[in-house]
Every structure is written in C-alpha cells, then in structure tokens.
Design a binder for this molecule. Structure first.
Ligand code: SF4
Length: 325
C-alpha cells in the first residue's frame, strides 16, 4: 500500500513552570526555579497507508491525543519529522492543515455557536477555494446529505442538534476541505452507545465512498478493533505494539496489550476476564526507568527496570518487550 503519512521519531515535551512553593524555595536557595518536563510523546514512528484505518489505543494520558494533534499540525513536535507522500511536510502550513482534518470528541465545543451550520461547513471551503461562493448552498446540501442530514438543517445552529447530529455536522465540516487524512480523536466516546454505532457506520460508509484514510484514536478497544486495519498500542508516550489489527487482537504479544484485552469487553461477545490492569498509570512527570510498564507487568524481570525495550519487528508486527529476545 502507498504510504500517505510517515512520522519518524516524534517527540512532544511540555514544560511545566514551578509552582509557588517551588519558586519560593528556589528564591530562598538563590537558585533558578526548576521546571518539570512532561514527555507526552516519546520517539514515536509510524506510517499511515492510503485508504486504511490506523487505530491508536491506550489508557487516558498515554499520549495518543497529543500524537494525533501533531499529525494534524495542531501541535508542533519537539522533535522528529512528518512526511506526506514521501516529502517532508511543514505541519504549520495551510496545505498540511487542509490535507489533514480532525474530528474531536466534543462536537458542541468544536462548533461555532454563533454560525448557522451551512455557514460553518462552507466558510473554510470558500475561503480556501475548495468551493466557489456561488456554489456554497449546493456544496453544503451535498455534504449534509453525505453525513445523513436533511438540507433544511443548514439554517440551524449547533445548539438545535442532538449530540449525534452535531458530530455529523463536525464530520461534514471536516470533509468540506477534501482532506487526504482524517484524525478522529475519541470521536464517538461522548455519544450514547446506540448513536456511537450510527456514527461508526457513517465513518465506514464515507471511507468506502470517498476512499478516506483515518487515524482513529480511542481508549475503547472494541471500537478500535471494529474500525481498524492496523492498530498501534500506546503506553506512557511510546508505541509498545503495532501491527495488523486482527492479528494483534487475536494474539497480543506485548504484556500491556494482553492486560488491556483481558480487561475490555469485546463487540463480538468474546468474554474478557475483566481483570483490571494492576496499579495506576505512572505520572508522565516521573516515568519509571527501563520499560515504563515494568511496575505493573506480571512478567517483569530485573532487566526490565534497567533497560528500555526497543520497538522491533517480531515477524509481521512490531513489539517492544524484552521477552521477545
Ligand atoms: Fe513486561 Fe519487561 Fe516486557 Fe516491559 S519489557 S512489558 S516489563 S516483560
């Protein structure tokens, strides 16, 4: 398959300024206040192939949303590079923002409450020359039909819609710019379960009709399993396992993937043992040394606390665990 987006060694660090006590202590000691650094995304490399759905899954705080925002150009990486169609991409440029669109978790927060839906869908497309102003009404009607909404809804405001309808408007607005890649960040997580299924079906229909490519970010394993061709499992800012979704979900290699699957309900009725992963997700402010999963891993050895396992090919998929040596 053709590689559409190629991300190499992406890093994102956030610096947290010292709090009041830290600043006072530093002032008393006549030293500069120490800032803390959060490594939200750590040396992540992945490829997105044209026409595929790449699922990214992990617990809250694992860095998956930060990664999605870097791919879409909404956050500037602290390190690494992103290429589109084999050429280095300037993710701050308008061309990249048009090519990669995002659909967010909360459609109410992502839609402008002062604009009618028709204006919201058309304004970006007209501004960027994707549609002529004279053609805007027909352009909007066509997009509303594609996402399953009546053309008369173009005159309504966001607050006049249900959650599922708002998400359909958000999808229409993303599609209006004719993106090459759509990054869906927990795009169905805030919806009722019955509405979730409708929006998932809509994503899949649009994919078939328009040959769309998705990066589908979710903490919901069942949804990711249903949607994805390939899947990347993230833990504390790193990808720990990545490969064909059916293979990974049927026979997970990494202990963290196994623990996630043991805890999660599955769409096809396969019963999980509902064993919660032991311990809490460590703070990204002070991640454990070595393999960052080692304090929670049932298979950990002394080596795991000392040495970071590299993500490497183990025959058809990638995994980062010393047990594979
Ligand atoms: Fe567990 Fe060690 Fe593998 Fe990390 S490297 S997942 S701690 S066995």
């Amino acid at each position: 398959m053709t590689v559409l987006l190629d991300a190499r060694h992406l890093e994102k660090r956030f610096t947290l300024k010292a709090g009041l006590l830290g600043r006072m202590g530093a002032a008393l000691a006549r030293k500069p206040a120490a800032h803390q650094v959060v490594h939200a995304v750590n040396d992540v490399s992945l490829q997105v192939h044209e026409g595929e759905v790449l699922g990214i899954v992990g617990e809250s705080g694992c860095g998956k949303s930060t990664l999605g925002r870097m791919l879409a150009g909404l956050l500037r990486p602290s390190g690494g590079e992103i290429a589109m169609d084999g050429k280095a991409a300037d993710t701050t440029a308008t061309a990249h923002h048009l090519a990669v669109q995002m659909v967010f978790q909360n459609p109410y927060a992502s839609l402008n409450p002062r604009l009618r839906v028709g204006q919201m869908i058309a304004e970006g497309a007209v501004y960027h020359g994707v549609a002529a102003r004279a053609d805007a009404p027909a352009f909007v009607n066509d997009l509303l039909a594609q996402v399953g909404l009546d053309a008369s809804y173009a005159d309504r405001y966001a607050h006049q819609f249900s959650g599922g309808q708002r998400q359909r408007v958000a999808i229409a607005r993303a599609l209006a710019l004719k993106p090459r890649l759509v990054v869906c960040d927990e795009a169905v997580s805030a919806l009722d379960v019955s509405v979730q299924a409708q929006i998932i079906n809509l994503f899949m229909e649009l994919r078939q009709r328009q040959r769309l490519t998705y990066v589908f970010i979710s903490h919901n394993l069942a949804v990711v399993e249903h949607m994805s061709d390939r899947v990347a499992i993230m833990y504390l800012g790193r990808i720990v396992e990545m490969g064909d979704a059916r293979t990974v979900f049927a026979a997970p290699n990494h202990p963290y993937t196994r623990a996630l699957l043991a805890d999660a309900p599955r769409l096809d009725g396969r019963s999980a043992s509902h064993q919660p992963i032991r311990g809490e997700l460590p703070s990204p402010l002070s991640p454990p040394g070595g393999c960052s999963f080692h304090p929670r891993c049932p298979n950990a050895t002394a080596r795991c606390a000392a040495e970071v396992p590299m993500l490497r090919d183990i025959g058809g998929r990638m995994s980062a665990c010393h047990l594979n040596d």
